[in-house]
Write a protein that binds this ligand. Structure first.
Ligand SMILES: Nc1ncnc2c1ncn2[C@@H]1O[C@H](COP(=O)(O)OP(=O)(O)OP(=O)(O)O)[C@@H](O)[C@H]1O
Ligand SMILES: [Mg+2]
Length: 375
């Protein structure tokens, strides 16, 4: 089987629940059904994956692992895996969660997951495993099968099970079952529908819906409010949104961080212009910052390009402005989020940390440049 769909749509949960039912059913008939469930996310190579499978089975049946983690061939590990399975299970399902992350180290070769799928799904045909073998691969990636080698595809040849985003009603049912996380009567009537609506609107991810639900409760708790109300949900959602855009900043290149930092400092430290930043002023401050931390200096065009790019992330909005007769055009940047929070996130970066102590000087640079610009 191939279970695929976006994050938080219940793939891992459902496969676990369904296989547990099969285990129970088989047990009542004296059959030994093995569930070998691994998450591929922390695993780097095919060899490690096979070892992880051996370990999981050994653990489940209380047997010796029987092979060392390193120093023996992958083939030996496969052999030990089959041996353990034949000895302890009548039939088996391999669950390979987040399988698309098992790519292996060698980039030009068939990916590790493709090799693993090939081996496991034909193990019953080749009599390496005596009983029935099923393989369930779980992934977010809808194009996952495109990178599977032809041989692997024909032996794995899965039935697709698609997990779509949850809608508001489904999310509401899921959250209903978690009411017991709250004190009796702590939830006002609008909380559950609102959490479900927010979550359905923005992602359909049950994990995030549960986080929002809990977040609203935590907020009420922090404030010693007896009840969780609509406002707690709204504020909790705002926190989550804010956090998301700040996280995004961490992934920017140093040059983009400097550009954003300089621009944000104009919005935050200026005594004059509120929160909008004319690009010529932002660029002057950018030049000052690059000098201070001894970084490369890009052209004004590049600076503007970087900052405009940030508008696609929703951190800022941009507008073209005219300086009036003969004055030419410039861009004006307006922050949607809090510039101060962005600056703080940026100076977490070691390279830019040095600038954090110089806020006074930075402020005078900002205001001098603004005065110059508005002259
Ligand atoms: N139908 C459901 N009923 C109750 N809880 C659910 C349901 N679907 C998902 N959840 C809960 O939502 C969270 C995310 O579900 P799960 O981990 O199964 O998602 P997933 O599809 O495997 O996501 P990912 O692709 O990120 O691995 C879990 O806490 C799970 O218990
Ligand atoms: Mg999962």
């Amino acid at each position: 089987m191939l279970l695929y769909g976006p994050a938080g749509t219940g793939k891992s949960l459902i496969i676990g629940a369904v296989t547990q039912q099969i285990v129970d059913l088989c047990q009542s008939k004296g059959e030994r059904f093995g569930v070998v469930n691994i998450n591929c996310q922390p695993i780097n190579t095919l060899d490690q994956a096979v070892f992880e499978l051996v370990q999981t089975v050994a653990n489940d049946v209380d047997a010796e692992v029987g092979v060392p983690e390193t120093g023996v061939s992958t083939k030996r590990k496969y052999r030990r895996l089959y041996e353990l399975i034949n000895e302890h299970y009548d039939s088996v399902i391999f669950i390979l969660d987040e399988i698309d992350l098992l790519v292996g180290r060698r980039t030009n070769e068939e990916p590790a997951y493709s090799k693993l799928l090939y081996q496991l799904s034909r193990a019953s045909n080749t009599n390496e495993i005596e009983g029935q073998v099923s393989v369930a691969a779980l992934t977010n990636d809808p194009k996952f099968m495109e990178d599977i080698d032809g041989r692997a595809e024909s032996s794995f040849n899965p039935r697709d099970v698609y997990f779509p985003d949850y809608d508001a009603n489904q999310l509401r049912q899921i959250l209903e079952n978690r009411r017991d996380a709250f004190r009796p009567n702590a939830l006002t009537d609008d909380v559950l529908p609102l959490v479900s609506a927010f979550a359905a609107q923005s992602h359909g991810d049950a994990r995030k819906a549960i986080d929002l639900f809990r977040g609203a409760g935590d907020l009420a708790d922090e404030r010693d409010d007896e009840k969780v109300r609509e406002e707690h949900v709204r504020e909790s959602q705002e926190e989550i949104d804010k956090d998301r855009s700040l996280k995004l900043i961490e992934g920017l290149t140093t040059q983009k961080k400097i550009s954003l930092y300089a621009t944000a400092s104009v919005a935050y430290l200026s005594n004059l212009s509120g929160s909008s930043v004319p690009s010529p002023v932002g660029f002057k401050v950018y030049q000052w910052v690059t000098d201070e931390i001894d970084a490369d200096q890009m052209t004004r065009e590049t600076y503007v390009k970087y900052v405009k790019e940030l508008s696609t992330y929703g951190l800022i909005s941009t507008a073209r402005k005219s300086r009036g007769r003969g004055g030419g055009m410039y861009m004006e940047f307006t922050f949607t989020g809090e510039p101060e929070a962005m600056m703080n996130r940026i100076v977490d970066d070691t390279r830019l940390g040095a600038i954090a102590d110089q806020e006074d000087i930075l402020q005078s640079v900002v205001n001098a440049q603004l005065r110059e610009f508005h002259k």
